[in-house]
Design a protein around this ligand. Structure first.
Ligand SMILES: Cc1ncc(C[n+]2csc(CCOP(=O)(O)OP(=O)(O)O)c2C)c(N)n1
Length: 691
C-alpha cells in the first residue's frame, strides 16, 4: 500500500519534479506510485488526451473510459495488482488501466489486427485477469477468487471489483452481491456511477442511485462517516483514517439499504474526479476486512466536450475526425443491417398494432432508438437484463402482443434458458431480431455472435432465418409476424449489400432461392455470406471459367429439404450440378451451425454427402480486427470461398472411385496467384493462466 505524508508527497519519489508529459514516464504502476499526489490530476488529463486521440483513429469505447481516469490512477496507486486482484465488469472502461500497466506504447494499436484488445485480456498482461465483454460477470468471478484465496490462507490478496451503475443491477451481479455479502474478508466493490448505461440507465434501482446522488452532497456527511468507521475494526489505523476522511476527503458515508441488506458496508457517494479524496477513501476501505461497496460518482465523457454532451453517441464511436470541436464520421456508402431492420420494424409496427419492441440496454446499437421515437409507448428498455427481457417478452406474447426482441447474438446467450423454457416450450409467437450475428470486428472474441444457430436450432418449433439482403430482411420480418411460433432473424454488424438477383422471389417458410445459376458446383450460403458467395462465383467465372451456382438458403431451420437433397444427391438438372461440389457457407461456427444441419439431413436421408464441404467459423476464438479481415482469416470472404471451390474441384479432378462426374479441368491453374494460397492462419487462442 502506498503511504504519503501530509504534503501529499510519497517518500523516495524519483519522479517528483518531472516536467512536461508525465505519462511518458509511466511504464508500470510502480512508476505511478513514485509520482507526487499533486501531479496526479495532470496525469489524468494526459490519460484522457491519449484516449481521445487514439479512439478518434481506431474507434472504441470513449465516454466511459474518460470518466474513470482518476479512479484508475487511484486504484493503481493504492493497490498492487500484481498481487491484489482487479476485476472489471464488462471491461470496456479499462483503457487507462492498459496505458498505466505497460501498454502505453502499444495503445495506438487498440482494437486493430495484431494490436491490443479493447477489453481486458490476460494474454496481454498479468494485470488483466479475465477476458471480459459481457456485463454482470465481475462480482461473481471475484467472489470465486476471494473464496479460493481464503481457502488457501491468502487473505493478504485484496480484491477490487469495478462495476458500472447499469451493470450492477444485472441479475448475475445481484446474485453475486448476495453471495459475496457472506464473505468474512476484505472484498471491495466499486460502483462507478455515471448515471448512464450506453443510454440513460433504466430501472427502479437507477432511481435509487439518482436519489442518493441528489440527496447527498460530497461534504455533508462527515459525522456519519465517523460513526460508521468507528464500528469498522481498523485497529490502530482508525484514527488516521478518520483524520483523512475529515480533512482530505470530500466524501460522504451513508447507508444504501439495498447494499447493506446483503452484507455490504456502503460508503459514498465519492467524487470520482477528486483524486486525493479517492486515494484517501480507497486507502481506508481497502483495510476493512468485510465486503464494502464504495459508491463513486463519475462523469461519462469527462474532459471531452462532445462526449460529455452526447455520452450515448460517444459511448463507442467508430473512427472519426474532430475539426474545431466538430466531430465528423466518414460517410457509409450503404446503410447498415441495423438501420434497415429499424426501418422495416417501424413500417411493420405501423401495419400491426400488436408489435412491441424490447431491448436490454441497447436501443442505439439495435436501431430501436428510432423505433422508440416513432412509438415511445411500444418500446421497452429493460436495462442490462437479457434473461428478464426474454421472459418478459414471453409474458407480452401470452397476452396476444407480438414482441420483437432486438438483441445482439452474443447477449442472447445470456437468455438461452428463457428462450427454451418461457418461449419455445410454450410455443409462443415472438420475433428475435439477432443483430451482430457472426464476426463483429474490432470488439473481437468477447462479442462475436457465432453460436446462435447452434443454440437455437435444437429448440422444437423455432424458425431461424438469415436474410441475404434488405429485400429478404423485410420479407423475413413479414413472414415472422405471420407465423404462430417463435422466430429468429439473424444479421451481422455490417452494411447491407445492394439488392441481389433473385432475392425478390417469394419468401416461403423453409425454402431457399437461386441467386446465380452455375453448373460446376454450388454455394449454399446463409444470410450475409450470400453476397461473398456471389462475388466468389464472379471471380471463379472470370478467372477460370468455373460456373458456380449461388443459393440463398434463407432458413437454417426449417431447411429447404428438397433443394438440399437435389444439390447433394442426384444433381440439380436445371443447373446441371450432377453431384458437383456443394459448399455450405455461414458466418457462424461450423460446429452446430447451418452446414451441420445440412449434414444431419444427408445422414437422415442416407445421402452420400462426400461432395459437401462446410465453410464457416473455425473452432478457435478469432481476435479483434476489422470484420473484413476476420472474414478473410476464416476463409469466408469472396477470395476464400473461391479458393475453397477450386480446392474441391481440384480434388475431383483426380480420378475417384466414385460415380461422380470428374471436373474436366484444373481450374486452379487459371486463378490469380493470390487466390491459390490457403486462408491466412488464425491466431491461436492463448492458454489460460492461473493466478
Ligand atoms: C450482458 C451485456 N449486455 C449488454 C452489453 C452492452 N453494453 C456494453 S457497455 C454497456 C453499458 C454499461 O453501463 P455501465 O455498467 O453503467 O458502465 P459505463 O459504461 O457507464 O461505465 C452495455 C449495455 C454488455 N456488454 N453485456
Amino acid at each position: 500500500m502506498s503511504e504519503w505524508d501530509a504534503s501529499g508527497r510519497l517518500p523516495g519519489r524519483a519522479l517528483d519534479e518531472v516536467d512536461g508529459k508525465l505519462l511518458e514516464q509511466i511504464n508500470s504502476p510502480a512508476d505511478l506510485k513514485k509520482l507526487p499526489v499533486r501531479k496526479l490530476t495532470q496525469l489524468a488529463e494526459e490519460l484522457r488526451e491519449k484516449i481521445i486521440e487514439t479512439v478518434s483513429r481506431t474507434g472504441g469505447h470513449l465516454a466511459s473510459n474518460l470518466g474513470v481516469a482518476e479512479l484508475t490512477i487511484a486504484l493503481h496507486t493504492v493497490f498492487d495488482f500484481t498481487r491484489d486482484r482487479l476485476l472489471w465488469d464488462v471491461g470496456h472502461q479499462c483503457y487507462a488501466h492498459k496505458i498505466l500497466t505497460g501498454r502505453r506504447e502499444r495503445f495506438g494499436t487498440l482494437r486493430q489486427a495484431g494490436g491490443i484488445s479493447g477489453f481486458p485480456c490476460p494474454d496481454e498482461s498479468e494485470y488483466d485477469l479475465f477476458s471480459t465483454g459481457h456485463a454482470g460477470t465481475a462480482i461473481s468471478i471475484a467472489t470465486g477468487m476471494a473464496w479460493a484465496d481464503q481457502a488457501a490462507g491468502r487473505v493478504d490478496r485484496r480484491i477490487v471489483v469495478l462495476v458500472g451503475d447499469a451493470s450492477i443491477v444485472n441479475g448475475v451481479s445481484l446474485e453475486g452481491l448476495n453471495n459475496a455479502g457472506l464473505l468474512k474478508r476484505q472484498f471491495l466493490v466499486i460502483l462507478n456511477d455515471n448515471s448512464m448505461a450506453i443510454d440513460v440507465t433504466k430501472g427502479a434501482l437507477a432511481g435509487l442511485l439518482d436519489r442518493i446522488r441528489l440527496t447527498q452532497t460530497y461534504t455533508g456527511f462527515k459525522q456519519s462517516a465517523e460513526t460508521v468507521l468507528r464500528h469498522v475494526p481498523l485497529g490502530d489505523d482508525i484514527a488516521e483514517t478518520l483524520r483523512n476522511i475529515k480533512h482530505g476527503l470530500h466524501a460522504t458515508v451513508h447507508g444504501a439499504p439495498i447494499f447493506e441488506s446483503v452484507g455490504f458496508r456502503y460508503f459514498g457517494p465519492v467524487d470520482g474526479h477528486d483524486t486525493k479524496a479517492l486515494l484517501t477513501i480507497l486507502r481506508g476501505v481497502s483495510r476493512i476486512p468485510e465486503p464494502v461497496l464504495l459508491h463513486v460518482h463519475t462523469q461519462k465523457g469527462r474532459g471531452c466536450d462532445y462526449a460529455v454532451e452526447d455520452p450515448c453517441r460517444f459511448h463507442s464511436p467508430s473512427a472519426h475526425s474532430v475539426n474545431k470541436g466538430v466531430v465528423e464520421f466518414p460517410s457509409r456508402p450503404h446503410p447498415t443491417w441495423t438501420r434497415v431492420f429499424s426501418d422495416a420494424l417501424i413500417a411493420l409496427a405501423r401495419r400491426d398494432q400488436r408489435v412491441v419492441a424490447i431491448t436490454a440496454a441497447m436501443p442505439q446499437g439495435t436501431g430501436l432508438d428510432r423505433f422508440r421515437e416513432a412509438f415511445p409507448r411500444r418500446c421497452i428498455d429493460v436495462g442490462i437484463s437479457e434473461s428478464h427481457a426474454v421472459a418478459m417478452a414471453a409474458g407480452l406474447a401470452k397476452t396476444g402482443l407480438r414482441p420483437v426482441v432486438a438483441i445482439y447474438s452474443t447477449f442472447l446467450q445470456r437468455a438461452f434458458d428463457q428462450v427454451f423454457e418461457e418461449i419455445a416450450l410454450q410455443k409462443l409467437p415472438l420475433i428475435f431480431c439477432v443483430d451482430r450475428a457472426g464476426l463483429v470486428g474490432s470488439d473481437g472474441a468477447v462479442q462475436h455472435g457465432f453460436l446462435d444457430i447452434a443454440y437455437l436450432r435444437g429448440l422444437p418449433g423455432m424458425v431461424l432465418m438469415s436474410p441475404a439482403d434488405e429485400v429478404e430482411l423485410r420479407s423475413a420480418l413479414d413472414l415472422a409476424i405471420s407465423l404462430d411460433r417463435p422466430c429468429a432473424i439473424r444479421y451481422p454488424r455490417d452494411e447491407v449489400p445492394q439488392p441481389l438477383n433473385g432475392t425478390d422471389a417469394p419468401f416461403v417458410l423453409g425454402r431457399g432461392c437461386l441467386v446465380r445459376p452455375g453448373r460446376d458446383g454450388a454455394f449454399l450460403a446463409l444470410g450475409a455470406t450470400v453476397e461473398h458467395a456471389v462475388r466468389a462465383a464472379e471471380t471463379l467465372a472470370d478467372a477460370s471459367g468455373v460456373e458456380a451456382a449461388v443459393y440463398s438458403a434463407r432458413f437454417a431451420k426449417p431447411l429447404d429439404t428438397a433443394l438440399i437433397v437435389k444439390l447433394i444427391g442426384s444433381g440439380e438438372p436445371a443447373h446441371q450440378l450432377a453431384g458437383g461440389p456443394l459448399l455450405t457457407v455461414e458466418d457462424h461456427a461450423v460446429a452446430g451451425g447451418f452446414g451441420s444441419a445440412v449434414m444431419e439431413l444427408a445422414a437422415q436421408r442416407s445421402l452420400d454427402a462426400g461432395n459437401v464441404k462446410l465453410l464457416g467459423l473455425p473452432d478457435r476464438f478469432i481476435a479483434h480486427a476489422s470484420r473484413s479481415q476476420q472474414l478473410a482469416e476464416a476463409g469466408l470472404d469472396a477470395d476464400g470461398l473461391a479458393r475453397a471451390m477450386i480446392q474441391c474441384l481440384d480434388r475431383r479432378a483426380v480420378p475417384e472411385p466414385s460415380h461422380r462426374k470428374p471436373a474436366t479441368m484444373n481450374p486452379a491453374r487459371h486463378l490469380p496467384d493470390d487466390l491459390q494460397a490457403g486462408p491466412a492462419g488464425g491466431r491461436a487462442a492463448g492458454r489460460s493462466r492461473t493466478r
